[in-house]
Ligand binder design. Structure first.
Ligand code: ADP
Length: 460
């Protein structure tokens, strides 16, 4: 049974089984066709002999023995000629004593009334006899019975059977060998693939099968494996990086809290000092809460656990709402905000998530725009899509950082971003929200201006 678990063995067995059936059908057809042909040529010979004899007999009362031996000297037991007169009396017989055929009056009388009869005789050797009428001047003047040995037919068929009996199993044995060999050759890369794949562990995803195989089924399988391992490697690496970054981000505020409280506890202090320490601790705890809730959002997003409560939303109303929420921060910083209505634009989206997306972008814009600068927010619909553009007058994003700006924990200037309370997850969350709605988000630098973030969302 263990053997049957090998594709090689199963393939070979199927192959041999089908070959056995095909060969059996072929051999049977060959045997039957040959038997049919040999029999009909024996029958033809009997007919022509009967015809020749009938042609030679002019008068059954004076059968010329010398004439009738023309077809060749009869070899006893292999052939014979017998002639009957119109009354059914035997007038000529060269069958010899030993292999005399039994009289068959029914066949003779049938021949005398014009019909032909074929019979098989077993005289020791087997013969086939044909009894046929002899005509002269349109009248039946007698009957002729010719016999021919069926030995040739039988021995030819016997030889064929022997050949089949020997070659049939031989062909199957050779085919099994060939099948095992060919299946082994075709499948051997799979064994190699299995061995190599077994050596690749989760801890070592940098390894590849890297089997230089031709572009066939197995080659494509190996390459697909390699692509899959590369994707896993990438995912694992990002996961590790994410965990490391998250731990680091959490440690920073904790270290700050620890430092502050330890210093404060070293001796008695006045209430103003305690208040200052508590304020700092409070700021760090706020940062941790922001970080942990962002992490939670992304973890849920990764696990596809955030159900989107989609509803019909006016983009203008949503943007105005977000702008109202950041207005006081913008006013404090001396940054003005301009909203440009590009026409009533409605989308089907999760209101809270979409608001969070716009808020993140506006927060960033306020953070990076210097005092006296302004922020532009516009919404419109074009090419079957809704579009929101947030541009500011800050320093923009250095071109080399643009491709990675949406990566988790990615910040252009870590220290400055931390000062501003950023953890580098805001844009990752923006990208997830846009993508969860079937949209896109893109960052650019408007020349001479600041950064421009463009969100495209499918329209209702
Ligand atoms: P953070 O919470 O640190 O702001 P984000 O994911 O929101 O994280 O942004 C990632 C980084 O992208 C920021 O650290 C900042 O360097 C850069 N960035 C985001 N928005 C702007 C902007 N409007 N102008 C310039 N840089 C920006």
């Amino acid at each position: 049974m263990a053997l049957l678990r090998s594709i090689r063995v199963r393939l070979t067995l199927w192959f041999v089984f089908l070959l056995a059936i095909t060969l059996a059908i072929f051999c049977a057809a060959l045997y039957l066709a040959l038997r049919h042909n040999l029999n009909s040529s024996l029958n033809d010979s009997l007919e022509s002999r009967a015809e020749i004899v009938a042609g030679l007999v002019v008068d059954v009362d004076h059968v010329d023995v010398a004439e009738l031996t023309i077809p060749g000297d009869p070899v006893e037991g292999e052939e014979f000629v017998r002639v009957f007169d119109s009354s059914g009396n035997l007038v000529f017989d060269n069958s010899g004593e030993k292999f005399r055929p039994p009289d068959d009056p029914a066949a003779v009388s049938a021949a005398l009334s014009g019909s032909r009869t074929r019979t098989n005789l077993d005289l020791g050797p087997e013969l086939r006899a044909l009894t046929a009428p002899i005509h002269a001047n349109g009248q039946v003047i007698g009957a002729v019975e010719v016999g021919l040995s069926t030995d040739d037919v039988h021995s030819t068929l016997r030889t064929l059977l022997i050949i089949i009996a020997v070659t049939y199993p031989l062909a199957l044995v050779i085919a099994s060998g060939g099948g095992v060999f060919l299946a082994g050759r075709a499948l051997s890369p799979i064994d190699g693939l299995t061995r190599t794949a077994r050596r690749i562990s989760a801890a070592d995803l940098s390894r590849r099968l890297d089997m230089r195989l031709p572009d066939d089924e197995v080659g494509r399988l190996a390459r697909t494996f390699d692509e899959m391992i590369a994707r896993l490697d990438d995912a694992f690496r990002r996961q590790r990086q994410f965990t490391a970054d998250a731990s680091h981000e959490l440690r920073t505020p904790l270290t700050a809290i620890k430092g502050q409280t330890e210093v404060a506890l070293q001796r008695d202090r006045d209430p103003a000092e305690y208040r200052s320490v508590l304020r700092n601790v409070n700021t760090e705890v706020d940062r941790m809460i922001r970080l942990v809730s962002s992490l939670l959002t992304l973890a849920r997003a990764d696990a596809h656990q955030v159900p989107l409560a989609k509803e019909d939303i006016s983009l203008g109303a949503l943007v105005s709402d977000a702008a109202d929420q950041v207005r006081s921060a913008a006013d404090n910083k001396g940054v003005s905000m301009r909203l440009r209505n590009g026409g009533e634009t409605r989308v089907t989206a999760d209101q809270d998530l979409l608001l969070q997306l716009i808020l993140n972008l506006l927060d960033n814009a306020v953070k990076h725009t210097p005092s006296g600068g302004s922020i532009d927010v516009s919404w419109s619909k074009a090419d079957g899509q809704a579009k929101v553009v947030v541009s500011d007058e800050g320093p923009g994003i250095p071109t080399e950082h643009l491709p990675r700006i949406f990566d988790r924990f990615y910040r252009v200037d870590k220290a400055r971003s931390r000062e501003g309370g950023g953890v580098g997850l805001g844009l990752s969350i923006c990208r997830w929200i846009a993508q969860a709605h079937g949209g896109t988000i893109q960052a650019d630098n408007a020349p001479g201006q600041g950064a421009t973030f463009t969100v495209h969302l499918p329209i209702n």
